[in-house]
Design a protein around this ligand. Sequence first.
Ligand code: MN
Length: 338
Amino acid sequence: MKAVVVRKPNEIVIEEREIPEISASQVLVKVKAAGICGSDVGIYRGLNAFATYPRVVGHEFVGEIVEIGTRVEGYAIGAHVAVDPVISCGKCYACRSNRHNVCHSLKVMGVHQDGGYQEYVAVDEQQLHLLPQELPWNIAATVEPYSIGAQVAHRGRLSADDTVLICGAGPIGLIILQVAKMKGAKAAIMDIVDSRLEKAKAMGADLVINSRKADVQAELMNFTQGEGASLIYEATGNVKLLKQCIKDFSSAAGRVVVLGFSKDVLDICQLDIMSKELEIIGTRLNNHRFPEVIEWFKAGKVDPAAIITHRFKMEDAEKGFAIGKEHPEDTLKVILTF
Ligand code: MN
């Protein structure tokens, strides 16, 4: 079988490998589609602090069950499944607190161990989620990124009472926007790329701000009658922007949810946090959110087709990885097909 391997930073190859053997508690998944994430591009470029090499990347993948381990029950050959890439120990403090996505010995498929950009993958039963058979594969491949939208909604306690500011209108920012609108919140979104903001507008954003052209704080204060945003999602990874979120953009009793994973250091003033009783909330991966997202998909509550801009055959993975850098203005979610 073929596998897409990042051998070392900036070197991606298609390798011939043996089809994996499964254990009694695993199934063999024939991969059908897999999304390329900003974090995958980070692994390719050598910018992801969590990654080790060589690595079969890909944590946003779906496929069909072709072999079933002897102890696995409730799944049939031919079933369509999404694979939750989060693997946890079940014993540490985070796991005992029902927060397995930040497990002390966390392993993420496609990051710490080989992932979904290969024709067949052995997957533990606990990571499987049944998909409707009629859901197209490229749409199904977005279940994992939507699980981030579900996770950040829970982390930020997103509700219809919120006025949300989303920093960054890439795939994740736009997913958060769709989730915020689904929940009935008012939502503003900012980016530096007009075409992304146009997409955001079409998805129901109440305010779009190009931060290169407009005064974000003035626009936001006008939008919120001077209060600031009650819930902010920082999805660009820019720490200067995170500082502004804390200092200038948040309302009293607000929450700032941090999605970026820059190692840059930020200087913040205690008083800015204390005086507003601000909550600064980290969020990582997803905590068993696949079932919730699959329900959204079944009910048509979100619009995954709107974030998919490109499809490439897995053999052309390198092109899929390059397109975002070459054409940032019209690239959102890129899907590899198998
Ligand atoms: Mn992802």
